[in-house]
Design a protein around this ligand. Sequence first.
Ligand SMILES: *Cc1c(COP(=O)(O)O)cnc(C)c1O
Length: 359
Amino acid sequence: MGLYDNLRKIDPYVPGEQPQNKDVIKLNTNENPYPPSSAVLDVKERYNTDNLKLYPDPDIKKLSDELAIYFNGKYNTNLTKENVFVGVGSDDVLSVAFQTFFNSGKAILFPDVTYSFYDVWADLYKIDYDVVPLREGFLIDPEDYNRDCGGVVIANPNAPTTVALGLDAIEKILDDNSEVVVIVDEAYVDFGGESAIKLLEKHENLVVVQTYSKSRSMAGARIGYALGGYRLIKAMEDVKFSINSYTLSNLQIAMGVASLRDEDYFKKSVEKIISTRDRAKEKFKELGFNCPDSKTNFLFVTHESIPAVEIFEYLKTKNIFVRYFRKPATIANYLRVTIGTDEQMDALFKALEEYIDKK
Ligand SMILES: *Cc1c(COP(=O)(O)O)cnc(C)c1O
């Protein structure tokens, strides 16, 4: 046996490009174009040397507590820190959730078009899975998830389709799968979706995952969290403490708390994205594009005559980056365009107009 024969072989998730060139208009990874709250930039833990000498709090109590209080205020729930699991972005949280919840040996279910990390984790952790085709218009039909399975994962709103599912449909999936965990990945919920957090008390099998990366403009800070019943959360903690106890630095924890305390800024920046998105949608239509109704900070567009891949390559020559997925075939003629600032979107539309005029 050679040295390399026993290495783990896996097709990894491929994140969107992070070009180092500052002149790029970057609409390819669903980051928020606005800065985080100034309170986040001001956290005084930055200057505290103990934060480098000592290990951070492995239980991340301060942030878990603050998240519970924040959502209790918002949804009138009775969450405590025992209902909160915090991780290094929601990718880390989802990865721990997959390892914790999907051990039945039965296939888990998620849509055929969704966040392309789910099948990577399933492969990595040797979890069997079946993908469920979306219906016409990229819709998720809850009836398709009414079958024997090892668990369900739904991104709501879904990515990259931008389509949101109503809470009544989520509730049907929860009812039909009461013996297994249903993960609802709400990375984009703040841009117009309805959060399943208010269903937590009624549905023991629900785990809601959210992130600071998109609506809180903190993709670089790497903070995500799961909310669920204390027994599910405790099981996730046990897995985490079997891998790496110190996942978040004190600086990240303090930044996470500061962001939650500046609700005004949060609301304003989310509203700004939504209004730019709705304007952009109209502009795309004028230029011959179509897209589903978006409840996210991006649009999923297809042109009536020009192939998506050509537009993608052209925009790159103009230093404008959007996201193109070659697979699966049902979305191979779509582009995922993150909502940037008004100026960035104007530059995008100027480039598109020039291109389409010449066609
Ligand atoms: C962006 C995204 C995530 C991961 O975000 P983190 O930066 O790791 O918090 C998870 N799920 C979906 C659907 C996403 O789009």
